[in-house]
Write a protein that binds this ligand. Structure first.
Ligand SMILES: [Zn+2]
Length: 198
């Protein structure tokens, strides 16, 4: 017997979420059907509220309730250093390293020749614009340590150096092939302190 049509539709949509396969999508769907009406309302409202209030910061492209975001609006930060990350989640991980007091830039992905993702598909042009407009002396390239992140880092370092700015890469301690997002505070702090010029 097939699942009822409305459940089928729910499974189809949930299945598209990252890391959720068909089995998990079915589990989540049946769990939602068991939830009270109040709980379902809270789930729906929290998603809608986040979609309505969260926007991109037009300076660093972090997701925030404010534009510019609270980091970009913070005048006590060091204005001559910027840390480039792939995603807003990576920015949150790096920001846990309390000793980093510079600014950020979120690329919105990484270069991936195999997936036909080139420089025009991520915010390379916006980063160049930012680097040209400011008084930035150093760019810390904090892309992931997997192959896409490394390709992106090498590509960025070339551009950054052409602009006469120092390019550095996070130091050892980060797991190779890993996602910055999952690195803990101590590891990130050490990686920033041990950054090396590219
Ligand atoms: Zn910002």
């Amino acid at each position: 017997m097939n699942r009822p049509q409305p459940v089928e539709r729910m499974v189809e949509i949930i299945k598209k979420l990252p890391g959720v396969g068909p089995k998990m999508a079915e589990r989540i769907s049946y769990h939602i059907l068991k939830m009270s009406e109040n709980e379902v309302d809270r789930l729906i409202n929290s998603i809608q509220k986040a979609r309505e209030t969260i926007k991109y910061c037009n300076i660093c492209y972090n997701l925030s309730e404010h534009d510019p975001c609270l980091i970009c609006a913070d005048a006590t930060r060091e204005g001559d250093i910027i840390c480039v990350v792939e995603t807003p989640q990576d920015l949150i991980a790096v920001s846990k390293a309390k000793d980093y007091r510079g600014f950020y830039f979120v690329l919105g992905g990484a270069l991936s020749p195999l997936d036909a993702i080139g420089p025009e598909d991520i915010r390379i042009d916006k980063l160049i614009k930012r680097l040209k407009s400011g008084s930035i002396k150093e760019v810390i390239v904090a892309t992931d340590t997997d192959s896409k992140g490394e390709i992106t880092a090498v590509y960025l370092a070339g551009i950054i150096k052409t602009l006469g700015i120092k390019a550095t890469r996070l130091g050892y301690g980060l797991p190779v092939g890993g996602d910055i997002e999952y690195a803990d505070e101590v590891t990130i702090s050490r990686a920033i302190a041990g950054r090396t010029e590219m």
